[in-house]
Write a protein that binds this ligand. Structure first.
Ligand SMILES: *Cc1c(COP(=O)(O)O)cnc(C)c1O
Length: 448
């Protein structure tokens, strides 16, 4: 085994990390993970951490899960990868069938890719081509401020986080942007409420009335703008948008990349509002956090618009080398079986209630300005001055400093700016939830 010093040096010399200021990274103490077990991660120094962000929101049943490991090993002994461009493979077929069985009614087809951003790109292109195949030329997307759908150019175009997206403005296609529901409600009403939801919905309706015939699709995240700092929608907003998209004859893209696979308490958030979108994007938890796999689910109606004779050129000219990868699909299938065998969602409900109760304690802290939650997803916003709602200066990296303190207490976190994100694996125990909450509370109370 190579020692820490060597690996640390090579890491800092060769590896450019995502979403990371490398100048700062190279000056700081490195965390190099080596193995995982359940909700725990171990670094090469032998230190043990609770993985309180599910390895960036994707781990579900814990690390090193025997059934998930076995699914990969069994498939590996057959074949690791075969192309799905014009041919097929067993786990990809079985997974597609299974996904349609558990998805909201009306979704009947699965298009695979590797990452959440790709699932979104595919929804964008499918929606766009759907109208062209039907002989209409539509160009506009209705999107939300503070939306996050991934980092490729199409996904960035329908996104709305200025810090991540502003730089690339000239490269993006234009969209009609509505306010972020949470921020809008907070500003106007101080909270999420039905009046605010209805106001937002009438804005959506206004635009659809005016521009509907040019609107390719309305796109939004499911129930919460997670990457923007855990900003939930008012209840019923998603359902309202669904109805409006139908009323004005346009398509609805719902991004469940963060919310899917139990994170909000149900398998998909759409199901909590009885919503059946025209496109549902999945990623992150799809393989239980094991391998990169994503999927764009869509309807029979969309699918059929792409059918025709070969020479009509109506088909979807899109694919990736690893689309429908055998290993990834095999572990995704096992992930869904574990949900059933371990009754993951049933066991999660009281944990969500427990989390809700414990989150209340954060309001007492001097530097906590807001506490937000949807299901098992939570965000705790740090502020410099609670009365004035004044944030800490961006350059101070307060969120990171709090996360580093948590690290010293054996809890691994990655904040979004100054929002401390809790996105724990669904299998976490009550005792471990307590350890995460206690560490975070303590770390925040260190702030002066
Ligand atoms: C993470 C995320 C994505 C992007 O997924 P990647 O796998 O990182 O490309 C898209 N949408 C939402 C809502 C996400 O949280």
């Amino acid at each position: 085994m190579l020692d820490f010093e060597t690996l640390d040096r090579w890491d800092k010399e060769y590896f450019w990390h995502p979403f990371t200021q490398m100048k700062v990274y190279r000056e700081e103490e490195n965390l190099i993970f080596e193995k995982g077990e359940g909700v725990y991660l171990y670094d090469i120094k032998g230190r043990k951490f609770i993985d309180a962000i599910s390895s960036l929101w994707c781990n579900v049943h814990g690390h090193n899960h025997p059934k998930l490991n076995k699914a990969i090993i069994d498939q590996l002994q057959k074949v690791a990868h075969t192309t799905t461009l014009g041919s097929s493979n067993v786990p990809a077929i079985l997974l597609a069938k299974k996904l349609i069985e558990i998805a909201p009614e009306g979704l009947t087809k699965v298009f695979y890719s590797e990452d959440g951003a790709e699932a979104v790109e595919i929804a964008i292109k499918l929606a766009y081509q759907y109208w062209r195949n039907k002989g209409e030329r539509r160009k506009t997307f209705i999107t939300l401020s503070e939306a996050y759908h991934g980092d490729t150019i199409g996904a960035v175009s329908i996104g709305g986080i200025d810090l991540f997206h502003g730089t690339y403005k000239d490269l993006l296609f234009e969209t009609l942007k509505l306010p972020s529901p949470y921020l809008y409600c907070k500003e106007r009403y101080g909270k999420l409420c039905d009046e605010c939801r209805d106001e937002l919905l009438s804005m959506v309706e206004e635009i659809l009335k005016e521009r509907g015939e040019d609107v390719v699709a309305v796109s939004l995240e499911a129930g919460i703008q997670a990457a923007a700092g855990m900003l939930p929608f008012p209840k019923g907003f998603l359902k309202g948008v669904r109805e409006l998209a139908r009323k004005y004859n346009t398509l609805l893209i719902v991004d469940e990349v963060a919310t899917g696979f139990g994170r909000t308490g149900s398998m998909f958030y759409c199901q909590q509002e009885g919503v059946s979108p025209d496109f549902m994007c999945l990623g992150k938890g799809l393989t239980g956090g094991y391998l990169p796999l994503a999927a764009t689910l869509t309807t029979q109606e969309v699918f059929e618009a792409f059918l025709g004779e070969f020479g009509e050129k109506k088909h979807f000219y899109h694919g990736h080398t690893y689309t429908g990868n055998n290993l990834a699909c095999a572990v995704a299938l096992a992930n869904l079986e574990v949900f059933e065998e371990e009754k993951t969602l049933e066991k999660l409900q009281p944990k969500i209630e427990y989390l809700t109760r414990r989150l209340k304690e954060f309001w007492e802290l001097k530097h906590v300005g807001d506490v937000r939650q949807l299901g098992f997803m939570a965000g705790i916003e740090l502020v410099k001055d609670k009365e004035k709602g004044e944030p800490f200066p961006y350059g101070e990296r307060t969120g990171f400093k709090v996360a580093y303190r948590c690290r010293e207490m054996g809890v691994f976190l990655r904040p979004l700016g100054d929002v401390m994100v809790l996105m724990m694996p669904l299998v976490i125990s009550y005792e471990e939830i307590d350890r995460v909450i206690n560490a975070l509370k303590q770390a925040i109370s260190f702030l002066s």
